[in-house]
Design a protein around this ligand. Sequence first.
Ligand code: PMV
Length: 331
Amino acid sequence: MTLVSAPGKITLFGEHAIVYGEPAIAIAINKRVRVHATKRSDEAIRVEAKDLVLAGFKALLTPSGSITLEGESGKILAALSYVKRAIEVVRERYGVNVGAHITITSEMPVGAGLGTSAAVAVSVIKAYSLLAGLDLSKEECAELGYRVELSVQGRASRMDSITTAIGGALYIDPGKERFYEVIKGAEKLKGLVVGYVNREASTGEMVGRVKKLRDSIPEVLDLVIKTIGEVSRRGKSMIEAGMVEELGTLMNVNHGLLEAIGISTSKLSQMVYAARLAGALGSKITGAGGGGCIIALAPKREEEVIAALKAIGASAFKAELSSEGLKVEEA
Ligand code: PMV
């Protein structure tokens, strides 16, 4: 039996621009996904999601490849594909084939832009590899998790899988050989609030929309994307220097640039402004957009911001940086 957990994350700066090679800053939060795995006597994999927002699906994958499902099939298949692929990458890479019963729970909404698919993939990789007698490092699990995201979504950056594996606040620069760096001083960032509404489009669709816009006016979009990269660079120094108010302003600038690349919706913009009016120092979309999440920086004004977000029909919760990434809770 193994129990493994991994955190969700918010993107403070740089989503979408990272797909074009610019740096981004992601922060692991104190909401986790848990994966419990036990061995089976045969080679089948049974997957059960206890309280994911797409609650209550059960599936049986037999060695012959047939899948039995109970529940809402579209969302089930989407979530299941990350689990299935995570097990396949471990089987393919290390030539193992143990059967497993896997149970997944999540403390946060799934598929909302908080990196839950990476947290699920990386946790399943760790839990399943432990069952198979392997002890993979956090970085190895992140790398395999990235491959899972890539094959399920078609396009992905390494941001979500490395953040959930390592924890803390990471500066991710895809152009560098050592592509991530833990940002010092980020634990001083207090007062984060996440607001969310249902997604209208998937991450893949949103990445595709940005590409289409860029293809139509590259000379304009490339400047916006580069500017977002500059926001991330400046954001890193501001975190290190503890410049909290200035970080809020920079989040507002980043939101404007995300509006410019066409990933906001009227509901997301409404949430961003509601948070600012309720006293946030800054607020922006976090993640791919097209519905999903916003993040507000509102030290000492968390409750007011949460109330303002709820008043316009969104869900909201406080989030804290978690320095704990992928963790084996029981082996
Ligand atoms: O909404 P999420 O958590 O899947 O974030 C997507 C972030 C993008 O930069 C748009 C894509 C990526 O893989 O980095």
